[in-house]
Design a protein around this ligand. Structure first.
Ligand code: NAD
Ligand code: FES
Length: 271
């Protein structure tokens, strides 16, 4: 059992939670994630380790479906039934001087440990932070403290520039050059950011979060095609260089899954 030590809402859909998990925390690095179950009949929920101390890990989750809603019902002092990690490969922190990072919605959460690692190396970081509206922007103050510049946009114009992250990114790339880019958010956002960066001959790293079950490379659910080869996000990622990723295949699979009922590890069906 893993006790919840702190919890707060970042907005109506998204919570921030600190969990006591010393063995996981001890080995955590940027890019790692955990898979947790709220109770013994719960679905497995993969979540990035956003921060960690010697004995705790911090997660950020969006209350989208049955299981993340149940996670959101837990309060400080409650326990999570099981939690496995750290999983995945640590992020490859590149030897660069400048980065333009792009975060869309909840994608701002998995980006945070990566940018902290780049900051620790003295890299100049600019960030485009986008959300559907002002209330869905997360970690804005944290990123303002971390990055050299933060450019904010919202789909409805309720905060910062009006439009998708790609609108703002294109303006920035017309004026400045960077050594590398990182983009994390919805698949369609990452696909479009990568295409835009490509047109400026700027390479991009992305973080993929396809459906995961076991997290050990056995079930095949998290497969990703890169240059026609199959990789597994849980053991080969979740962070990948974007070159050659078949985003269209991932988008079709994600849409298929979202149209289906969710089946938990005991075969129970949840909408
Ligand atoms: P959202 O749908 O609100 O979009 C967030 C932002 O992405 C938008 O504000 C916009 O700036 C940008 N965006 C959306 N569609 C775009 C398009 N067609 N072109 C360019 N930019 C576009 O996102 P959300 O609901 O906060 O996030 C949920 C999504 O993020 C889910 O699809 C989830 O799978 C994904 N996600 C990914 C990771 C990861 O590790 N890759 C982690 C968490 C969440
Ligand atoms: Fe099963 Fe990755 S989650 S192979």
């Amino acid at each position: 059992m893993y006790q919840i030590l702190e919890k707060r809402a970042l907005n109506t859909d998204v919570d921030w939670m600190v969990i006591k998990a010393p063995l996981v925390a001890k080995n955590a690095q940027p890019g790692h994630f955990v898979i947790l179950r709220v109770d013994e009949v719960g679905e497995r929920i993969p979540l990035t380790i956003v921060e960690h101390t010697d004995s705790t890990i911090t997660i950020i989750y969006q209350k989208l479906g049955f299981s993340t809603m149940k996670l959101g019902e837990l309060e400080i002092g409650d326990t999570i039934h099981d939690l496995v990690g750290p999983l995945g490969r640590p992020t490859h922190i590149r030897d660069v001087s400048s980065i333009i990072a792009v975060a869309g919605g909840v994608g701002a959460a998995p980006l945070y440990p990566q940018l902290r690692a780049y900051k620790a190396k003295g890299v100049n970081i600019e960030l485009v932070l986008g959300a559907r509206d002002k209330s869905h922007l997360i970690l804005l103050n944290e990123y303002r403290a971390l990055c050299n510049e933060v450019h904010v946009c919202t789909d409805d114009g309720s905060f910062g520039t009006k439009g998708f992250v790609t609108v703002l990114l294109e303006r920035i790339l017309q004026e400045k050059t960077f050594d590398h880019s990182i983009a994390i958010g919805p698949l369609i956002m990452m696909k479009n950011v990568v295409a835009l960066n490509d047109s400026f001959e700027l390479a991009t790293d992305v973080s993929l979060n396809p459906i995961m079950i076991d997290g050990t490379g056995m079930c095949g659910n998290c497969r990703v095609s890169i240059h026609g080869e199959t990789y597994f996000a849980c053991v080969d990622g979740p962070d990948f260089p974007a070159d050659g990723i078949n985003f269209d295949e991932l988008i079709v699979r994600q849409n298929y899954y979202h149209d289906q009922e969710h089946v938990c590890s005991l075969g129970l069906k949840h909408k």
